[in-house]
Unconditional design. Sequence first.
Length: 257
Amino acid sequence: MPEPTPSPSGTGLLTPARRPAVIELRSVRAGYGRIEVLHGIDLSLPAGAVLALLGPNGAGKSTVLKVASGLLAPMDGCFHVMGRHVNGVATDALARAGVCTIPEGRAVFPNLTVSENLRIMTYGGVSRGEVEARAFARFPRLAERRKQLAGTLSGGEQQMLAMARALATEPAALLLDEISMGLAPLVVDDLYAVVGQIAAEGVAILLTEQFARAAMRVADRVALVSGGRIAAVGRPDELPSDLAAAYLGGGLTEQAS
Ligand code: ATP
């Protein structure tokens, strides 16, 4: 397939004009086997932006992240990373190109210590000292727990470790799937505060959430996903209230207990 010319204005369908997209999906259809789950997704994510995909169970949010991380190749449509057409490019190649994913469930190694989990991230050539220094500067609690097995950390600390590992690769884009899963509201607020800082440093962030309150605080754009389509998109304060209520219910204002 010929390489499409990157849009000079980054006009992304969801992007404020004049910022080039780190990740862009155009008319993406994707699914599992022969079953199509995404029916034409358009999104564009520039550096430093936070786009939250919100919506009910089974809407297709995680499937969008699977496409954006390279786990699932589009059946149709275009997937670009920094202007390059990357349909079908493997996850590891996308990771090396700067697209880093934290899947639902955090995926830390429970039988390794915090330090050992971080040491794994030295494969890219960054020294262990540097990986640890960055991780501990951002998450001081991990420094206190450096010799502790990751499986014995609290859920919030495991999520911090997953984020610290992801950031060790200095990603251009970070994909976060339901980081609030199973965590107390205050912990979720802390994690989203860090998400906001990471975005302010220029990382493009695409995230999914079922419980929207904390995500809405840091997201500069929100896409309501339903039935494999984006039903509405805009700044959090721009979403039509009837749609927000219909798609998010209490999730717009309440964290799950
Ligand atoms: P949730 O928060 O519950 O994960 P979601 O919005 O992230 O919801 P997806 O996980 O993307 O939704 O699922 C979208 C649809 O795809 C659902 O109907 C789901 O059953 C289906 N699906 C997800 N993963 C698979 C899979 N591996 N094989 C087959 N169907 C799948």
